[in-house]
Design a protein around this ligand. Sequence first.
Ligand code: ZN
Length: 131
Amino acid sequence: MARLPVKTNSQTEMIDVTALVQDQVTESGISDGLCMVFVPHTTVAVTINESADPAVKHDILMVINKIVPWKEAYRHMEGNSPAHLKTSLIGSSEIIAVEKGRLVLGTWQGIFLCEFDGPRTRKLDVRLIRA
Ligand code: ZN
């Protein structure tokens, strides 16, 4: 398993980590198997979506910010309940097949770390299973 640091730059942000994950697959020498990407945080998520047009990231974040408002009758003392909610809506992990040493992603797909309470340095865990 590799635990990689990912520096985020704003409170809410999607960072394309596809190349970082592919580097781990390449370094491992695995030909065929599964790659699990996980974030050990309660205010960061992982998702797969379009990486070609940056407007897609913008639109996803715009709508998720409307679905989960910053001001609400939240009880969580830390004041970052919206970040926790967004993380649960999107999820903390993804599993991607590996074939011939490459992540099996669609032409337009990329893997994104979704920061909801940044900026901070986050951890991205990459685990590989030969199959
Ligand atoms: Zn909190």
